[in-house]
Design a protein. Structure first.
Length: 427
């Protein structure tokens, strides 16, 4: 294991042989290390939490990431939109952390030169019957504290955006776009400069809570990949941290299920909703200046127009409810991210509702992302779930579940929300 030597190696032997399902046999020979704080997962949320712990909290932080580098999960498979905070139920974590996170993010981008642009967004009704929904969104946004929202009639919106068709539009001037890779790189650099250590190719495969102390079973991702699935899985290392933040994204729920001593009754059932993107080819300049969103649909925000900072136009993501994969494949991020070219056939009619001039053959397969959902098809959308020890009784553990959109926007606010919950463990 490539863990930094500044983390003290504890020679204390584990008292008993462990039988936790697939992990069996004696763990006495497995090396043990202590750590002050462990963050599981180096997506944008994990990196933001690590920075908050290291830079502001002055903690000794170890970030464990199963992939060969940071940000290869949902954090690099999204729309890169800085959301305003319109859609979410008032006072929900999504609403509060999105609005707060947006402010933190814009400030951070300005202070650290992260490429971003506050280009604004139009949510459009393309039929008179959709207009009441648009008005509902507007009042919800106002209630959530979103600044500058304004209703436009169709004519005005189509004057501002000549390629657009709509009957009415809601303008959100504070929405924007961001280069999420640069953001992560910057947060990570700050975390590292305050001593945080990132251990890549390193997977957490479970843990145990006993005698007030949480232990994490850690494995090199390579051994996990090569595991024959018949023999018991043995960790390469056991970590004994004082605090643990489980920000493993899609892997967070199955991981929590593998923590022996954590009541798994409080761990929700995972659902997965894949979203594909298609890019617009054969255009000299982007057809729109603003982000263009139809009204939200079940499971997502609708097939919208996103511009990236290079002027590339993307459409997506759609919503496709998929089955999960087994937990090891999940932690190794072996989901199906392929984008079938025929998916485009479904996109054309959707997009033409608001962009009637979209030409045949102009969509090219882009990429896909998977939303870590806590509710299934046609169910009421769930909120972010932040589970601390008050809820589950495991000292020093915070689980982050269901961190789907607007998780990128909210990342710094999530960090700001999580770290104080752990502060009584710092002395
Ligand atoms: C299609 C789509 C579009 C989106 N659009 C937007 C948007 O426009 N704006 C916005 O604000 N948000 C958006 N989001 C949401 C945003 O992308 C996520 O909320 C955010 O990236 C979540 O970050 P994370 O760190 O929690 O998860 P991730 O980025 O998935 O990071 C989790 C990390 O944990 C690692 N890991 C998993 N299991 C283990 C394990 N056992 N051991 C060690 N490491 C492990 C993974 O390899 C991964 O790197 C979108 C999401 C999707 C899917
Ligand atoms: C991680 O593993 C990959 C192979 O899967 C390897 O190429 C890479 O060098 C490893 N990175 C680190 C930091 O060990």
């Amino acid at each position: 294991m490539r863990l930094n030597s500044s983390i003290k190696i504890s020679r204390a032997l584990m008292s008993a042989a462990v039988k936790d399902g697939w992990i069996s046999g004696s763990l006495e020979s497995v090396p043990k290390e202590t750590a002050e704080a462990v963050v599981i997962g180096a997506g944008v949320v994990g990196v933001a939490v690590a920075r908050e712990l290291a830079a502001k909290g002055g903690r000794e932080v170890l970030v464990v990431e199963s992939a060969p580098t940071f940000g290869t999960g949902s954090s690099s498979r999204n729309s890169e939109v800085i959301h305003a905070g319109i859609y979410y139920p008032p006072n929900s974590l999504k609403a509060r952390l999105c609005v707060r996170g947006r402010h933190l993010l814009y400030d951070y981008c300005r202070a650290h030169g992260i490429p971003h642009k506050q280009i604004g967004k139009l949510i459009v009704a393309t039929r008179p019957s959709e207009v009441p929904k648009l008005s509902e969104l507007m009042s919800r946004g106002v209630e959530n504290g979103v600044e500058g929202l304004r209703m436009m009639d169709g004519e005005e919106a189509m004057r501002v955006e000549p390629q657009l068709y709509c009957t009415k539009a809601l303008l959100s001037p504070v929405s924007g776009i961001i280069d999420s890779h640069s953001l992560m790189l910057s947060l990570l650099g700050e975390a590292e400069s305050h001593g945080a250590i990132f251990s890549y190719n390193t997977s957490v495969i479970g843990g145990r809570y006993e005698g007030g102390r949480l232990q994490l079973y850690v494995c090199e991702s390579e051994s996990l990949r090569n595991w024959d699935r018949a023999s018991p899985l043995k960790p390469d290392l056991i970590l004994s941290p004082r605090i643990v933040v489980n920000s493993a994204g899609l892997g967070a729920l199955p991981l929590a299920k593998r923590i022996h001593g954590l009541d798994d009754g409080i761990v929700p059932t995972p659902y997965f909703a894949r979203g594909c993107y298609f890019t617009l080819s054969n255009v000299r300049s982007p057809p729109f200046q603003h982000l263009i969103y139809p009204l939200p649909e079940d499971g997502g925000l609708g097939v919208h127009v996103t511009l990236d900072l290079n002027g590339q136009v993307k459409f997506g993501p759609d919503v496709e409810w998929i089955d999960g994969v087994d937990e090891v494949s999940n932690w190794l991020n072996l989901f199906d991210y392929s984008v079938g070219g025929d998916g485009a056939n479904r996109f054309y009619p959707e997009i033409r509702k608001y962009y009637p001039d979209l030409r045949d053959g102009s969509l090219e397969a882009g990429y896909a992302g998977i939303r870590p959902k806590l509710c299934g098809k046609q169910q009421i959308p769930s909120d972010f779930v932040v589970q601390g020890e008050k809820l589950h009784g495991v000292r020093g553990l915070v689980n982050l579940f269901g961190i789907e959109s607007p998780g990128l926007t909210a990342s710094m606010a999530i960090a700001e929300h999580v770290v104080p919950q752990l502060s009584h463990h710092f002395n």
